[in-house]
Design a protein around this ligand. Sequence first.
Ligand code: DQA
Length: 155
Amino acid sequence: MTAPVVLLLSGPNLDLLGEREPDVYGSATLDDHVAAATDEAARRGLAVEHLQSNHEGTLVEAVHGARGRAAAIVVNAGAFTHYAWALHDALAAFDGPVVELHLSNPGRREAWRRQSVIAPVATGVIAGFGGDGYRLAIEAVARLLGAECGPDPSR
Ligand code: DQA
């Protein structure tokens, strides 16, 4: 049986993690976070597909491509979180669970970060736990998908 796919989406500037504002986002790179998510997923019988883009349309098209194919989406939309309504609409057309993810806690930062256009179409939000959020997001997805994904006995 093939493992259900979790589409992990990373928005703008997340490709700079490790160099970008390390006091806010930590020193780990995006590759480190994707590896953590991938390991956690494998332990739970899930497969991660990752895409990072600095372009809203590319992320919208990735969500379209996930329809009927991926079991769930985990999305750290970066600053698109706060204004990208096209991404909101694309996620609204996706049937499975959607977990909104942030390294920082936008709720305790600048006022403009307190609005999320992703939140209204997210099953839940994980924010403020730094890199641990990637593992937690996969755990949340596994719980939401429930019995569909058993453990991988090789791990
Ligand atoms: C972020 C929070 C956003 O406000 C910001 O624009 C980002 C990263 C986070 O992971 O904490 O780029 O999504």
